[in-house]
Design a protein. Sequence first.
Length: 218
Amino acid sequence: MSKILLVEDNDSIVKGLKYSLEQNGYKVIVAFNYTDGLKMLDDTLDLVILDITLPGGSGYDICKKIKENYKMPCLFLSAKDEEDDIVKGLELGAEDYITKPFGVKELLIRVNKILNREIKKKIVIVGNIKIDLDKAQVFVNYKQINLTKVEYKIISLLFTNINRTITREVLIDMIWDIDGNFVNDNTLNVNIKRIREKGINVIKTVKGLGYMVESNEK
């Protein structure tokens, strides 16, 4: 269940929007002012819906804090409908900006789209291999496989750079001393071999350069 923080001081909007979101399967927590909104930010949130004009401060400033310290997306919901206001909100990194008055169905569609995009960012699927980046889990044919810290580091870098060659130097630098052991070119070779033996057979050797994961999936 996705968890949403709604930062809004209008009680009637809060009641209506909280009800609609919860009816659609979301967990909603509410802050009615700037200070409480900041206090309630944490990494368990999947989305923050922000008014701009709040008692005690600005939703713009909360958005800045989110982008500086957290990974969750935010959406502005505001009566400020001037182009400059909308542009400022999007430039701060908000995923969307909806002006009041708004249609609940439209808002729900936009919330759905944002959250679905975030899910896709955290789950990488290539053929029969699935990687859950949030949980640091790797599955082959729906069965979770056990990996060392070094093996997972290599996989996560390759699978978050689909169709891009990652040089041997970059991979070696990344895994350097992760287990307190000396890392060299042969160490990388051994780890790639072990990864392939565990069923992750989509890692291609790019001769003289490094490795890549190829995929035609969009």
